[in-house]
Design a protein around this ligand. Sequence first.
Ligand code: GLA
Length: 391
Amino acid sequence: MTIQHSYQCLVLLSALCAACLMGCATDNPAGTAADLPGARGQITRRAFGKTKEGTPVDLFTLRNTKGAEARICNYGGLVISLKVPDRNGKFGDVVLGYDMLDGYLKSSPYFGAIIGRYGNRIAKGKFTLNGKEYTLAINNGPNALHGGIKGFDKVVWTPKILATPDGPALELRYLSKDAEEGFPGNLSVIAVYTLTEDNGLKLDYTATTDKDTVVNLTQHSYFNLAGKGDNLHHEVMIKADKFTPVDSTLIPTGELRPVEGTPFDFRKSTAIGARINQDDEQLKFGKGYDHNWVINKPAGKLGIMARVYEPTSGRVLEVLSTEPGLQFYTGNFLDGTITGKGGWVYQFRNAFCMEPQHYPDSPNHPNFPSVVLKPGQVYKHTLIYRFSVQP
Ligand code: GLA
């Protein structure tokens, strides 16, 4: 072997080693947001696995300077874990999910996911827009749920690490093609997660289309602020005088019903378990709470929708959004068949979801705020899950 040959071998060997190191590395610090001028916090990136089709997926770890940490994956925009302090400053994970990508690929009740193109149900999977009827897949009883068979929770988003003065941020982009899951128009979506300095996980959505379409994007994290047990002792306040009652298949009847005098009155903070088992037709239809509240706040304005307090940990979650409605779901379909992170078997009502959005089945209810997006318009939605503690 000549000197030149051995030099070439050495170069090849070091290139291979470097590639292996990058590929096998746990938290690869490339793209550390703290290195960029004006930016705060940190993001690291590492391989998280591959989809069934073989597309590689990464896991991004966002940390603010207060020590809070969010792990987000560019498959489904999933929030894999979210660690925030309790009243003693002890950090704990407050969302349900799986340890590995595999769990999410096999079967997931939308743990931590971005939901689209249409969050929640569309009756019988049909709606009419500009006189044309569109048909969607039926994937929930007689209805369409959460964007279809392969909604935004099951696609690979194109990730980009952003440096922002608000905190480390992850931009995710997805182009939902015309006729995908039956919806009209090429919809170009940008979702930016930011972990803010005041322990908020912020999600900014923008979307544009080239044909009239319907859009309703939300987030489907399952929270348990104690990090264990059921959700019944969490105390919930929802800023709403009205909610949208449903039929037995969870489609709104169209009525905006006052919460006054019903188990749906959360204007004063009340434990989830206080009334959830009452003999009430709406609670029976949902097997608990699985309804949309009509939030008291001007449309399009970012404001508080709900506040949840968990007495043993002292953790508080505030939900803010620009949307008109909030789907509050109490994990009534969890039934002990899923073993999640750290071996926790997720039982009935072990978590709750707070999904800011337009009302379910809006395309079929002209009296509900419109979900139509036209070419030239920009869909915008900001939501924040903000954490703090109460003594
Ligand atoms: C939403 C729905 C629920 C349920 C969950 C996912 O919250 O309203 O009925 O489908 O998603 O299991």
